[in-house]
Write a protein that binds this ligand. Structure first.
Ligand code: GLA
Length: 388
């Protein structure tokens, strides 16, 4: 009997040691060699990536560099509700489980967006089957359902994405919302109601408005018009997401700075949500190569970037981060869209199959000169990686 008891105690102790196994030396090693952006900027802003569940190498990169992750596609309406009444949670559940397992703060992107809406909904609207009332009720139910599932685990949401008109000029001051079927049907009320529904369904969550091109003063004026409407309706967002899809020369660094300052002055914290720096102007050269027969053809394979472009992008990242660091009291997060040049959405947009090189890590996940420039900048600001 006594020996049975001793055996039982021994077994218990063995199981306990399994659970309390101290970290082995290799577990304590950094996942990657370069300094961690999360650690480097921990006294300034959070660092994040927009991504789905990536492969193990990319997961290591995210773990090493990020404190937050934004859901690239799996929380968008086309993914969650592919057919009327047929909810599809698997991918979103997997993404959230992945983010939580690494202790990363998950960001819900995005509850309402005119793009990546379910195809059946878009077709129904085009066919005139949806009234404004029906659309707004659908939106309310949709937000309620998504937030009743995730609203206590995901505490930051991009509630509405890209609602504002893009027009660079606004001579009559009339343009406001981007014209798309959802907005044409519901007007600004869909934005007000989206914030109202989200606040009600997830009272503890922080609710953001997210958009690109806010560096254009005309679009920024539309942002402030929208914020006034939201404030008047008691639906004030908690922060503004500046997407930060930049190019080598555009927008100017002064415009980036002014945008941050204006949003801060209006009383909103800034999140840089989708940073990348495309090497292309837009959908024009230098992508067309002449074949031997003289025919123009799209360059679709990745090539080594010419040195002047590498240098230009490196300097560009430095100047952008310089602004972020100088205004880090106004910025809560700097998030990149995708992890590395190999999986950037810009390899397929706006020109399908055209390689781009917009991030700090190349397609082999190695840090680029632009990464080194950001690290060096941090050092110039007197920032060093804190001791582990
Ligand atoms: C926008 C959206 C993101 C994503 C990117 C491109 O910026 O906000 O969800 O779709 O475009 O991938």
């Amino acid at each position: 009997m006594a020996s049975c008891f001793a055996l039982f105690v021994f077994a218990l102790m063995f199981v306990a040691t399994l659970h309390a196994t101290p970290l082995s030396k290799s577990d304590r090693q950094p996942l990657r060699k370069e300094p961690s952006l999360r650690e480097l900027f921990c006294n300034h802003f959070e660092v994040g990536f927009g991504t789905g569940v990536p492969n193990p190498q990319r997961t290591a990169l995210v773990r090493h560099h990020a404190s937050v992750v934004s859901c690239e596609n799996d929380l968008k309406a086309y993914s969650l509700l592919p057919a009327p009444g047929r909810w599809s949670w698997d991918k979103a559940d997997a993404w959230l489980g992945w983010a939580e397992s690494m202790g990363l703060t998950p960001i819900g992107h995005t509850l309402v967006w005119c793009h990546q809406m379910p195809g059946w909904l878009q077709e129904g609207i085009k066919a005139g089957e949806w009234s404004r009332e029906r659309a707004l009720k659908w939106q309310e139910d949709y937000i309620k359902t998504v937030l009743s599932r995730y609203g206590s685990r995901v505490l930051i949401w991009d509630v509405v994405n890209e609602a504002l008109s893009d027009s660079p000029h606004d001579p009559k001051g009339e343009e406001f919302l981007r014209s798309d079927p959802w907005s044409d049907l519901c007007g600004v009320e869909y934005i007000v109601e989206a914030f109202r529904s989200a606040r009600k369904a997830a009272p503890k969550a922080r609710l953001f408005y997210n958009d690109y091109g806010l560096e254009n003063p005309a679009k920024r004026a539309r942002l402030f018009k929208l914020l006034k409407i939201l404030e008047e309706n008691d639906c004030r967002p908690d922060a503004i997401g500046i997407q930060g899809h930049y190019r080598l020369d555009d927008p100017t660094v002064d415009a980036i700075e002014e945008t941050i300052l204006d949003i801060h002055k209006a009383g909103y914290p800034v999140h840089i949500t989708e940073l990348d720096v495309s090497i292309h102007k837009w959908n024009d050269e230098p992508d067309l190569q002449l074949t031997q027969s003289g025919e123009a053809r799209l360059q679709t394979s990745r090539t080594e970037l010419p040195q002047p472009i590498v240098e230009h992008q490196t300097a560009r990242y430095r100047e952008i981060f310089e602004v972020f660091l100088r205004h880090s009291d106004k910025i809560e997060r700097v998030g990149f869209w995708n992890t590395d040049d190999g999986n950037s959405w810009l390899n397929n947009f706006p020109v399908k199959g055209r390689p781009d090189y917009p991030l700090l890590f190349d397609e082999n996940l190695a840090p680029k000169p632009a990464f080194e420039a950001v690290r060096q900048l941090a050092e110039d600001f007197g920032i060093s990686v804190p001791d582990r």
